[in-house]
Design a protein around this ligand. Structure first.
Ligand code: MG
Ligand code: ZN
Length: 194
C-alpha cells in the first residue's frame, strides 16, 4: 500500500477556539470554517490528523478519561457537519509537572515530533508530503524535524505570535494562513500533488 499525505492539525487555536484548558466538553468550540477544512481533506483523500499537547492531564487539571470524552464530542461535532478525522493524537505528559507516569521526559510533547511519527506508523503516512498546521512556533518545529511543510494560522495565538514576535519566530513558516481552511487549501494545492 502506498503511503498517503496528511495534514496534521493542532487542536486549540487551530481547529477549535483557544480558551485555555478545555476541562469540560462545554468549552470545546470548533472555529467557524474548521468542519469545511476537514471535509476538503476527506474529499481529497488526505489524512486529517489532530496532534495536541494536553499537559493539563500531567498537571492534574483533568483526567485522561475526560480528554477522551471531549474528543468524542469533537468527533461528533465534526460528524454532524459531514467531516471525519483520521486520527487524533495527544501528548498527556509534562517534563517537570505532576506525578508519574505523566511527569516524564517523553518524545511526543511538541516541539518534539513523536505524535507525527506514531501517526505515520499507525496510518501509513508520507511525512515528507504532509503539512503541519498550528498557531504557535512550537507547533511548527516537528514539521522541520520530519520534512513536512509548516503553516501558521492567524487564529488562536497565531496573530499575536506573528505580529509581535515575528523577529524571533522560529521556524519560519512555509505559509501563513488566515485560518485552517486557508491552510488546507494551500496544502492541497502545494504539497499533495504528484
Ligand atoms: Mg494551539
Ligand atoms: Zn508526551
Amino acid at each position: 500500500m502506498t503511503s498517503r499525505p496528511a495534514v496534521f492539525i493542532d487542536r486549540d487555536g487551530t481547529l477549535t477556539d483557544e480558551v485555555g484548558y478545555v476541562n469540560h466538553p462545554s468549552r470545546l468550540r470548533l472555529l467557524p470554517r474548521s468542519a469545511e477544512a476537514i471535509r476538503r481533506l476527506n474529499a481529497a483523500g488526505v489524512a486529517a490528523v489532530v496532534v495536541t499537547n494536553q499537559a493539563g492531564i500531567a498537571r492534574g487539571y483533568f483526567s485522561e478519561k475526560l480528554l477522551h470524552e471531549i474528543h468524542d464530542v469533537l468527533r461528533a461535532q465534526l460528524a454532524a457537519a459531514g467531516a471525519r478525522l483520521d486520527g487524533l493524537y495527544a501528548c498527556v505528559h509534562h517534563p517537570s509537572e505532576g506525578e508519574p507516569p505523566y511527569r516524564v521526559q517523553c518524545d511526543c510533547r511538541k516541539p518534539q515530533a513523536g505524535l507525527l511519527v506514531r501517526a505515520a506508523a499507525d496510518l501509513g503516512l508520507d511525512l515528507t508530503r504532509s503539512t503541519l498546521v498550528g498557531d504557535k512556533a512550537s507547533d511548527l518545529v516537528p514539521a522541520r524535524t520530519v520534512g513536512a511543510g509548516a503553516v501558521l494560522v492567524l487564529t488562536g495565538y497565531g496573530r499575536g505570535e506573528w505580529e509581535y514576535r515575528r523577529a524571533r519566530f522560529e521556524p519560519e513558516p512555509d505559509h501563513v494562513a488566515g485560518d485552517l481552511l486557508d491552510a488546507v487549501e494551500w496544502a492541497l494545492a502545494r504539497r499533495v500533488a504528484a
